[in-house]
Design a protein around this ligand. Structure first.
Ligand code: 0O2
Length: 202
């Protein structure tokens, strides 16, 4: 957390850092249970972050809530966010099943943008999990776990840049091309899964 975020989150900051470490270690343990050799490793990488205060305030404003840390902890479900980037689509659902079985986590909401693709082409599986918090009268907070393949992640990073870059020319063409790429990448993800299944079956 930078100085601004520390000031904004105040008394909640240390607990948020603890929750972030907890989420990372739990995910590490879940993935570890699958083995770590090159044939069984499902994750290409994992990232975990605490939402920056500017992004949180923007979200609170958009949703019509007070722009305070407490309001964020109550009303926003991705202050702690983790992203697990997998090699194959099937791996996403393997990790999801393991998270569901994890006794310390309660999955409270699932947004499957792989089954229900966003109009712009965005694909990912989002899980909202409830975690014990216990600071300042807030018993539990939500964390968002995003599960996606390398291809989906690469696409989302590029599309994200479009949102924040100013004065981009030919936006309509870029949006159209991004959608085309998302569909082509999804098709390749499916082919890769099929090839992998054939190889694993022997
Ligand atoms: P950040 O921190 O920069 O990643 P909800 O939380 O359900 O009340 P929201 O925010 O619409 O409302 O939830 P949702 O759909 O789960 O999306 C939240 C996050 O998913 C975003 O975080 C992105 O990380 C990712 N995401 C969702 N849709 C898109 C999309 O169309 N393109 C890209 N590139 N990413 C997407 P933020 O808000 O961007 O914050």
């Amino acid at each position: 957390m930078n100085q601004n975020d520390l000031l904004f989150y105040g008394e909640y900051a240390p607990r948020l850092e603890e929750i972030k470490s907890l989420v990372l270690s739990e995910i590490g343990a879940i993935l570890g249970s699958l083995g770590s050799d090159s044939e069984t490793a499902v994750a290409e990488h994992i990232k975990c972050r605490i939402k920056g205060c500017d992004s949180l305030k923007e979200k609170l404003r958009r949703k019509g809530h007070e722009e305070t840390a407490e309001s964020g902890l109550i009303n926003v479900s991705d202050i702690v966010g983790a992203r697990v980037v997998t090699h194959f689509i099937g791996d996403i659902y393997t990790v999801y099943d393991l998270i569901k079985q994890c006794p310390r986590w309660r999955v409270v909401r699932v947004k499957d943008y792989i089954a229900n693709i966003k109009p712009n082409g965005y694909r990912s599986l989002h899980l909202n999990v409830a975690l014990p918090f216990g600071v300042g009268g807030i018993d539990e907070i939500r964390a968002e776990i995003q599960l996606r393949t390398i291809a989906m992640d690469c696409w989302a990073s590029l599309e994200h840049q479009l949102k924040y870059k100013k004065n981009v020319k030919n936006t309509a063409l870029i949006v159209e091309e991004l959608k085309r790429c998302a569909d082509e990448m999804a098709s390749t993800d499916l082919s890769m899964q099929t090839i992998r299944d054939l190889i694993m079956r022997g």
